[in-house]
Design a protein around this ligand. Sequence first.
Ligand code: ATP
Length: 666
Amino acid sequence: MMHSNSLDNASTQSLLTVINGILDESIERKKGEIPHRVVYLLRKVVQEIERRLCIQAEHIRNQNTIIKTREEKYLSKIKALQVLVNGTNEENQMTVNLLQVVKEEKSQIEERQKLSEQNVVRLIKEKENAENMISSLKEEMEEMNRLHKQQLDQFEIKTKQMEEKLATKVKEFELHVLRSNMKIEEVETTYQQKSQLWNKKENIFHNYMNSQQLYVKGLNISSRSIKSDMYAFQMKWRDEMSNLGSNLKCLVDAADNYHKVLAENQKLFNEVQELRGNIRVYCRVRPFLPGQDKQSTTIDYIGESGELLISNPLKQGKDGQRMFKFNKVFSSFASQADVFSDTQPLIRSVLDGFNVCIFAYGQTGSGKTYTMSGPSTSKKDWGVNYRALNDLFDISLNRRNIFSYEVGVQMVEIYNEQVRDLLSNKVAQKRLGIWSTSQPNGLVLPDASLYPVKSTSDVLDLMEIGLANRAVGATALNERSSRSHSILTVHVRGVDVKTGSISRGCLHLVDLAGSERVERSEATGDRLKEAQHINKSLSALGDVIFALAQKNAHVPYRNSKLTQVLQSSLGGQAKTLMFVQINPDVESYSETISTLKFAERVSGVELGAARSNKDGKDIKELLEQVSSLKDTISRKDMEIEQLQVTKDKDKPPSSAVDNHGSIMLR
Ligand SMILES: Nc1ncnc2c1ncn2[C@@H]1O[C@H](COP(=O)(O)OP(=O)(O)OP(=O)(O)O)[C@@H](O)[C@H]1O
């Protein structure tokens, strides 16, 4: 057994020697090529293997020594036992047992030997592994050498390239330096030129500065003069401000007086109207119609002051002539606008709270509808109705800051002494009741449709409906002659924006039925009845006016529906205007004379002073207005004083105000 162990050790030793030899040889051969680290590692591996082999060899040697000692001990024991075998059988048996123990021990030793052998085999394997590792390391080394060489080759190529590039760069740099030198030379030349130029400019600048200094000195002098001018201007401004203050005060006073003036204006205006008389008669002559003989006219002369001379072509001399005098006579050439211009002031009165009645009187076909409504709804042709309402809206718009107006319209006709609502769309109408004294809202016909209107176009629409509803029929005198009185009533309610006082005005625009005498219209039956009613109501109208003229205690308003409806506008509180329409033709002479006689009597009537329907609290309200206006004046005075103080504060610091209010320069 010892022999085999020593053999293994020897082979391990020899192998190690071989490895070392190979290493030494490769190191020798590749000196300078193998990295020191690999060599170092290889040596470390070999040393480790040697160390382990030594330990194993030492271990095996110890085992061999122990086994040897034990073998000797057992051999001596066997000898002693053999001695003893020779002794007794018991001893033999013991010896056999001992031998058995020895055998067991021997088998143990053999097992251990086996283990040692296994260890040797393992070590041999490890050695093989080490060899494999060494060979792989060698391969790696070779690969690394190869790579190293490749890198070296690449480095060499790169180095060559870099050297070439460097050479080119050096050449370029040299060229650049050459150019730079040239540029420097150029710049130096330019610099010299420029510095010469700058020197010149410096000289110019110095000269300019000198002139500027002189200019600034001049400016200083003019600035001082401007300052003094400014102070003078400030003084002037101050005076103007104080003037402005006083003007402002005047304006405030004027504003204060505005309401008073307006009220006075209204008062004066109405006084003028009163002086003219509260019933006015304007006569209008209709032009000849196409086809009529223009030579045979009854109109001889129309004077500027309302004179009208009518002549009877059948009677010669003074007997055949009759002079009438009215407030105004419009010839057949007068336009719709001319006719309305003298009516206009009455419309203002309605807005001031007066009742006004404008009616057209005349025989059939004399132009009543033409004057009141106009031949068409185009603005040029508008009659008194449209123009009056248009004016009413215009004036109310102008006064919107002082009064707020509400306007409502009713339209009725009186036919055969029955009042019909012309704005109602009901076919069967109930009879409309008439209030002898108008209701608080000013309505005499409370059941008739009342439409609020805001513009002339609203009125136009309503009147179109009304005219379409008006009863018309044929007569021997005029095909379109109306045999009913049409009454358009405009109710105006004005509220004083500031005081809240209310005024109510009412405007009646009446297109009367034809005034011709019954026998002349050749009417019979129904037509006769209609004519009689018409005559009755017109004569009732005359009676009322004459009763008022004579200041009778009893005024017969109730004799006809017409006078009942117009009652509020025919009394002493109202203003009345009558258009007397006449035909110029000779055939109409007697009708013309009777019409003009009626009108003449009417125009001689004085209805007395008209009265406005204003609230009784007016005086109190006016006093309130006066006190509020006084407040406004004192407020404005304070504002003016404050303005004065602010203005004084804003004065420049370099000036002061002396005791007399003038500005002194410091
Ligand atoms: N100033 C005028 N200029 C031109 N044409 C007029 C003028 N006045 C009336 N006419 C014409 O005379 C004719 C009769 O006028 P209008 O119908 O107004 O009369 P009227 O008095 O209203 O008659 P009626 O009593 O039948 O209602 C109409 O054709 C009208 O166009």
